[in-house]
Design a protein around this ligand. Structure first.
Ligand code: NDP
Length: 324
């Protein structure tokens, strides 16, 4: 009889009601892949874009790319991993499930001192915060950065990594509880979204910030540009409030010879060496107590729809995990 596993399947684009908890055949690892029995699955904003059809994906499918678990079976030719090992990953295949596949070369080894939920929470948002702060715009003590949604999954990690690199950090949040979390993470100035560009100018004696990390998108983009210092860098890395409409490149001129980039994680994990470098820096920071990973909510796998609604509804802080 064919082995079956529980998963969240989507067969059409739409609101969270299209997330259907059902049985699917347990996947079989192809050559070079491993089968993982999931212990925790990361929820990320990209799955909301995919569910809505903003990012096109073939249907039906099981969503999800991030998480951690125990290796259950090895595909042909896998020699770098063993059955029973704990692994985390940021580019697993269909991880909203009890079992998922991972390319053996992309599995991330979990240090002994790290618990399962932290290991599941760290890969996608952690590697993102790492590449944004160290590579897209390499922060140093001479820089001031504005980070939007500072109490979110990426936000809390990015504030901490920016502070570890010595930068002065401003952040926006939408309520007092989130403000408190952002302060605990080390933000120097916590701002409301209302008039944040004006406040940034006041706090920098009119100069503006060197970089804005903007994962909110539509609602903040214009004023993010207006917050930048001459030759500042706009890092648009997401669209939690909706996609940014086309804009006139001339604005980069009038804003002060500005730079703009729209980066994505996969372009900053180009080689095994790059992936392992970022992962080892992150895990060492966590183990040594320099980087705190906040798990803002755990949900049974069957309640993935609730997790999506909470994340899209700005009700969450830190990382959300699904537990199979
Ligand atoms: P968050 O935990 O940050 O959740 C999103 C936050 O955005 C909310 O909590 C909310 O914080 C803020 N927000 C502002 N306006 C809205 C709105 N209209 N609707 C919903 N949220 C809003 O999510 P993630 O950490 O998972 O992701 C943050 C961003 O990073 C996303 O845009 C995501 O797509 C992007 N991302 C990009 C990657 C890349 O490589 N390019 C990789 C990973 C993530 P508040 O209430 O304080 O405003």
């Amino acid at each position: 009889m064919m082995a079956m596993t529980n998963a969240i399947v989507i067969s059409e684009f739409g609101d969270s009601s299209v997330l259907n908890f059902t049985e699917v055949p347990t996947p079989t690892p192809a050559p070079g892949q491993v089968l993982v029995k999931m212990r925790a699955t990361g929820v990320n904003f990209i799955e909301i874009y995919q569910r809505k059809g903003i990012y096109s994906i073939p249907l039906p499918t099981v969503l999800g790319a991030e998480g951690m678990g125990i290796i259950d079976a090895l595909g042909e030719g896998v020699t770098n991993l063993e059955v029973g090992q704990r692994v985390a990953f940021t580019d697993g295949i269909s991880t909203y499930a009890e079992h998922a596949l991972v390319d053996a070369q992309k599995a991330l080894l979990i240090p002994d001192g790290m618990d399962d939920l932290t290991a599941a929470a760290l890969p996608l948002q952690g590697l993102t915060a790492h590449y944004l702060s160290s590579s897209t715009f390499a922060l140093g003590p001479e820089h001031t950065a504005l980070i939007h949604a500072g109490a979110g999954g990426v936000g809390l990690l990015l504030i901490q990594l920016a502070k570890l690199r010595g930068a002065r950090v401003f952040t926006t949040v939408s309520d007092e509880f989130k403000a408190e979390l952002a302060r605990e993470a080390g933000a120097d100035e916590v701002l409301s979204y209302d008039g944040f560009d004006v406040r940034v100018r006041e706090l920098t004696n009119g100069r503006g910030v060197d970089v804005v990390y903007d994962g909110v998108g539509q609602a903040t983009f214009d004023r993010s540009l207006m917050s930048l210092a001459i030759r500042g860098m706009m890092v648009l890395f997401g669209a939690a409030s909706g996609p940014v409409p086309e804009f006139d490149l001339q604005r980069l001129n009038s804003g002060g010879s500005l730079f703009i980039t729209r980066p994505t994680l996969w372009n900053y994990l180009l080689t095994a060496q790059e992936r392992n470098w970022r992962w080892s820096e992150l895990t060492e920071a966590v183990i040594s107590g320099k980087l705190n990973v906040r798990i803002g909510g755990t949900y049974p796998l069957a309640q993935a729809a609730q997790a999506h609604d909470d994340l899209a509804g700005r009700k969450t802080t830190g990382k959300l995990l699904l537990l199979p």
